[in-house]
Write a protein that binds this ligand. Sequence first.
Ligand code: PEP
Length: 251
Amino acid sequence: MRSKLVAGNWKMHGGIAQNRVLLDMIVTGTAGLRGADCVVCVPYPYLSQVQSLLQPTHIFWGAQNVSQHDKGAYTGEVSAAMLADFACRYVIVGHSERRALYGEDSRTVALKFRAAQGAGLTPILCVGETLEQREATVTEQVIAEQLDAAIELLGVNALVKSVLAYEPVWAIGTGKTATPQQAQDVHAFIRNRVAAHDIGVATELQILYGGSVKANNAAELFAMPDIDGGLIGGASLVADEFITICRAAQS
Ligand code: PEP
């Protein structure tokens, strides 16, 4: 039986004072949560703060990106070992904003996935199609290419200690959510594709949905059989919204 996971992606938002207030509210508001884990993926400069505030709590933390390299002359980059120094449990790789704005292709994302696991972190691998691709009915080909890059480089067993996130690009930050059935169809496609390699890995794989998940639509999305929680952008910055979404993931 898969447990649920709700991951907040703060993107480039936050501040020392406001983080403290937000995290205090989230910790209090999610106390006693059953059958679901919560994580906040924060900008690098706040990892130390978040580590010290969340260490004694039930909330996990992580980052939003990682270098594919271990160390070296890569100005501005942050390695997986550095994230491990701050006790990050998770790191997002291949977010559509990284793919679109910073030119990360599926092979680079697979290398980042490998780097994360090499340092003991759990990568949250994002996949998803643009509106143009959905309208051209190539959603499954796009997802397959993004997923297969990791499986080809690392083998299907690498998915055991990872999380997948299906995030249709047209739903991210737009207020347009995929319907529960649209999301379920893609989640089932992903699980079946992994099952073609290994049924056990596919059965255990947590697949999150991301794209304008809010307090008022989380429960119906999380009720779908192949949706194991959410990757939450905007709503993860609003305590009441994020708390309600975490609570909707409870068993
Ligand atoms: C995201 O940033 O991964 C995301 C899903 O954003 P939003 O929830 O704001 O659509």
